[in-house]
Design a protein around this ligand. Structure first.
Ligand SMILES: N[C@@H](CCC(=O)N[C@@H](CS)C(=O)NCC(=O)O)C(=O)O
Length: 215
């Protein structure tokens, strides 16, 4: 299997986390987002959205990070990241959709303004966009924080795709200045995910100084 990805991409991290957790070997191919390679014809043929990650497996070309997570889990006999019973699976799927629709887009506004723009030399963060991102995080992060009260993991009593999907969207919480200081349950949970072997083994290289100087 081949994974087209970028090391700094939180969406790519989802696929890497699941493959690493499950011990699925992947040939990793970097798509250089900083050089615009995602908009070149070879990559557009893989994903017309011009995004990473993309998984290729024996003729299947799959984009959308959470679809890739599910595919890798479903393909692995005996895995525990995605429950196989109807209700258990529905709960994990609920959080995957919530992540895709609400939490990740909120975080992404601030990741772009506070991290990507300085990194790519695209100018200072736009205060209007930063305020919009902060308001969105303030709308959704308390929901996750309240859900995590008294819990170790987002769904079930073990790590699932829900944890890896959501934690990936908080991976750049520091440099993106995500306003999560008030959410103790969320921060404790994120710390637990970040201690996991798969998280440590998929850590991106340190970002260039221009981006970290903003954090
Ligand atoms: N919904 C997609 C989002 C993918 C996405 O936005 N990937 C970013 C990297 S984190 C990307 O490829 N950006 C390239 C660009 O915007 O030009 C997924 O979950 O896979």
């Amino acid at each position: 299997m081949k994974l087209y990805f970028h090391p700094m991409s939180g969406n790519s991290r989802r696929a890497l986390l699941v493959a690493t957790h499950l011990g699925v070997p992947l040939e990793r191919i970097v798509v250089d987002l900083t050089a615009g390679e995602q908009r070149g014809l070879p990559h557009l043929a893989r994903n017309p959205n011009a995004h990473v990650p993309v998984l290729e497996d024996d003729g299947l070309v799959l984009w959308e990070s959470r679809a890739i997570m599910q595919y890798l889990a479903d393909k692995t006999p005996g895995q525990t990241l995605l429950p196989t019973d109807l209700r258990g699976r529905a709960d994990v799927t609920r959080w995957l959709f919530w992540c895709a629709q609400h939490m990740a887009p909120a975080n992404t506004v601030l990741v772009y303004q506070n991290f990507v723009k300085p990194l790519m030399g695209r100018g200072a963060p736009d205060p209007v966009e930063v305020a919009r991102g902060e308001a969105l995080v303030a709308q959704y992060a308390p929901i996750l924080d309240a859900h995590l009260a008294g819990k170790t993991w987002v769904s079930h009593d073990r790590v699932t795709l829900a944890d890896y999907s959501l934690a990936s969207s908080f991976a750049l919480a520091g440099p993106a200045r995500l306003p999560i200081a008030d959410y103790a349950n969320l921060r404790a949970w994120l710390g637990r995910v970040q201690e996991l072997d798969a998280w440590q083994r998929t850590a991106p290289p340190a970002p260039p100084a221009r981006a970290t100087a903003q954090s």
